[in-house]
Design a binder for this molecule. Structure first.
Ligand code: MLT
Length: 405
């Protein structure tokens, strides 16, 4: 008789954004006329930029010709895309990352979730609290993390690093020693950032204790301040201790197109010289058949002069929304943070409401959807996340509704 992987049964509840989607569906069914504004999941609303669409059409046409047809993509992704990534995302920032250290994939979420497979099951992970749920859930599914304690809402063998108003939502170095450290900056969900000095401290710490930092840079395009690093490889020594994840979803609107990449530097090795790059290449080769040629061509257009100019405008569009949310809520008396180098605004719930109470209250009284902070971990309780990825009109309307609550 078959047996299931009962690690899955250790996961409390359902995936956060599925729970929210179900709640919205139930509310819409009961209130079919409600004009619901969704500022919950970080999904983009702007159409794909013209330079990218042009590249998609061209690549699709090519695929219909004998000369331009492409079958399976190379394991690591097409050279034309990897070399553009290396040049624009790393070399231009003074980071020493070569094209063959870049693994193209269909998005950062899958890579963030799958990377733990190349590490031993007895490795201990450290995560920020609140945290993007994928890091924890994927480790639990694999058998790490220990048992879940309902009272503390924490797994016994995970090191949680509280990110609260007291530390500006930036984690302190942990008192217990982890093997794998997940960091995401600009942060999802709080919108906080680390300065280069702060990030350098993490790199120095990881090297000292022999840990690997799993750095999620999905939101780096939203950094507006010069002293905030876009990549962990801007820090000295990061090539020997960090893996970095990037997404085309947030900077170029690819949530429905699917494209991302992961950097595994060749200097990242075990003490006896095994390169993590080799392991990830093996995993990629066995379990993944590559992002479609057409989509990788679309990704290449992200780095063309036209693509870059159009995406700068797109990011500015979302950041205008972020400012509208931040300023509007602040002037209405809410305590808010984030939103400066991030498309997420993190607010304190009013009147000591729990995050989920506020979710229900806001949905019912303003028909606005956000994401309950508690869904990202116990330190998110009493907070609420709003995304700037909505349309301008809906963002303005949502803020007006907040003011009238
Ligand atoms: C979020 O809302 O946290 C993100 O959209 C989730 C994701 O990128 O997978």
């Amino acid at each position: 008789m078959f047996k299931i992987n009962d690690n899955y049964l250790k996961l409390p509840g359902s995936y956060l954004f599925s729970t929210i989607a179900k709640k919205i569906a139930a509310y819409s069914e009961a209130h079919p006329d409600a004009d619901i504004i969704r500022l919950g999941i970080g999904d983009v609303t702007q159409p794909i930029a013209p330079a990218i669409i042009e590249a998609v059409h061209k690549a699709a046409d090519e695929m219909g010709t004998e000369a331009g047809f492409h079958g399976y993509a190379p394991d690591l992704g097409y050279e034309f895309l990897r070399s553009k990534i290396a040049e624009h995302d790393f070399k231009a920032r003074g980071c020493e990352i070569s094209a063959d250290e870049i693994f193209v994939s269909d998005g950062a979420k899958c890579d963030c979730a799958n990377i733990q497979e190349i590490f031993s099951l007895d490795n201990r992970i450290a995560v920020c609290d609140p945290v993007y749920p994928v890091y924890v859930d994927s480790n639990i599914m694999s058998g790490r993390g220990g048992v879940y304690d309902e009272a503390t809402e924490r797994f016994s063998d995970i090191i949680y690093m509280p990110c609260t108003a007291e530390n500006n939502f930036a984690p302190d170095l942990p008192s217990e020693t982890p093997d794998l450290i997940y960091l995401c900056f600009p942060n999802n969900p709080t919108g906080s950032v680390l300065t280069k000095d702060q990030l350098q401290q993490w790199v120095d710490y990881a090297r000292r204790v022999g840990a690997v930092i799993l750095y999620d840079a999905a939101y780096e395009a939203y950094i507006s301040e010069d002293h905030i690093p876009h990549s962990i490889y801007e820090c000295e020594g990061a090539r020997t201790c960090a893996i970095e994840f990037h997404s085309f979803s947030k900077n170029a609107g690819f949530t429905g197109m699917r494209l991302g990449y992961t950097v595994v530097p060749k200097d990242l090795k075990t003490p006896d010289g095994v390169m993590l790059h080799t392991l990830w290449a093996r995993r990629h080769g066995t379990k993944y058949n590559g992002a479609p040629y057409i989509i990788q061509k679309a990704g290449e257009a992200v780095y063309s002069p036209e693509g870059k100019a159009q995406l700068k405008e797109q990011v500015a569009h979302y950041m205008r929304n972020a400012h509208i949310i931040y300023d509007g809520l602040k002037s209405s008396g809410y305590t808010v943070s984030g939103g400066v180098n991030s498309p997420y605004v993190w607010m304190k719930t009013p009147d000591s409401m729990t995050s989920w109470e506020f979710f229900d209250y806001l949905l019912e009284h303003a028909n606005v959807v956000g994401t309950p902070g508690a869904g990202f971990g116990p330190s998110g309780e009493g907070y609420f996340r709003l995304t700037a990825f909505g349309t301008y009109e809906n963002t303005v309307k949502a803020v007006e509704r907040f003011k009238n609550l």
